[in-house]
Design a protein around this ligand. Structure first.
Ligand SMILES: Nc1ncnc2c1ncn2[C@@H]1O[C@H](COP(=O)(O)OP(=O)(O)OP(=O)(O)O)[C@@H](O)[C@H]1O
Ligand SMILES: [Mg+2]
Length: 305
């Protein structure tokens, strides 16, 4: 998604953003338990990046990134196109190996997160471009997200042991529950690929949520949907945190949504973290305003936000 910010348009965007954020916050006046944990500040971070660097052919996608995600918070990562947001999630989910730096998942330290055991470490994610099994029904897609919780091995599953049957029933029940939670009941037997894009985004969220992961990584879960769907999905993201207690890392370009939804926001630009703080702090940060108003770097004319 690309929204080109010129100086004038950028100012309007920021002003509208503030209005919309205020409206979202008003609607969110009674925020429950998760925030109490935050305020107390006693819980250790569920995710911590220390000095993470990653480059592609000499271009620094991430340059010395430090980041913490506290238990129960919605932590937004924002920044222009190519800033390094998806690369950061790809490092946390093990798809990319950092050139330098480490990732902590709760108390475990990784120089390369093992992507095949990601779910076992309590992490689930969605992708910037949908990664559903389009030829499978919604219910089966969601059940897929539960797979890691199964302990019965392949052979035992083939033999359909009692344990495997019990786990299958458990997966199905969990899937039904999250489908109902995200109001997907009416489409659960439909093939995922035939559904409108906004519904597919919700199915992907359901698949990520089904195993109740402590840490949920969402790469542009609201992108490409209609305004109505966007508000609905944003509410689902917040409900997921509130009801399931998940900590959420959210990449999103709509700054209005981000300001209203997030507890803290990290801003990336050219692979560096240029700001980090509450929505109020980030909103008034000069480096962020410059990045979003399209202040040009040498040899560049405009930025995509
Ligand atoms: N697999 C890859 N191979 C080569 N370059 C890559 C790869 N992944 C990312 N990059 C580069 O790293 C930089 C950061 O890309 P990244 O996808 O993380 O940005 P982003 O902030 O997610 O952007 P967008 O908002 O457009 O999704 C870009 O210059 C991109 O071209
Ligand atoms: Mg991206």
């Amino acid at each position: 998604m690309s929204l080109v910010a010129t100086t004038g348009a950028g100012a309007i965007i920021l002003a509208r953003t503030q209005e919309r954020a205020a409206a979202v916050r008003e609607a969110d006046a009674a925020r429950p338990a998760a925030e109490a944990t935050l305020v107390a500040g006693v819980a250790e971070p569920v995710l911590r990046l220390e000095s993470v660097c990653l480059s592609f052919g000499g271009i620094a996608a991430l340059d010395g990134i430090d980041l913490t995600v506290r238990q129960g918070e919605i932590r937004a990562i924002i920044g222009p196109n190519g800033a390094g947001k998806s690369s950061l999630l790809n490092i946390v989910s093990g798809l990319y190996r950092p050139d330098r730096g480490v990732v902590w998942l709760a108390r475990e330290r990784f120089t390369h997160v093992p992507t095949t055991r990601l779910a076992a470490h309590g992490v689930a994610r969605t992708f910037q471009n949908l990664a559903l099994f389009k030829g499978l029904p919604v219910l089966d897609n969601v059940i897929m997200g539960f797979v890691h919780r199964r302990s019965a091995g392949f052979v035992r599953q083939m033999l359909s042991t009692r344990e495997a049957r019990r786990e299958e029933a458990e997966a199905r029940a969990a899937a039904e529950e999250v489908i109902s939670f995200l109001h997907l009941g009416s489409v659960k037997h439909r093939l995922a690929g035939g559904l409108p894009y906004g519904i597919q985004k919700r199915v992907e969220l359901a698949r990520a949520l089904v195993a109740r992961p402590p840490l949920l990584l969402l790469d542009e879960p609201l992108a490409g949907v209609t305004l109505g769907e966007k508000q609905e999905l944003a509410a689902h993201v917040r409900n997921a945190r509130d009801a399931y207690g998940a900590s959420i890392v959210l990449i999103e370009h709509d700054i209005g949504v981000v300001m209203g939804l997030s507890d803290r926001i990290a801003v990336l630009d050219y692979g560096r973290k240029i700001a980090d703080g509450t929505p109020e702090e980030v909103r008034s940060d000069q480096a962020v305003i410059d990045a979003y108003l399209g202040v040009t770097h040498e040899g560049e004319t405009e930025r995509g936000i």
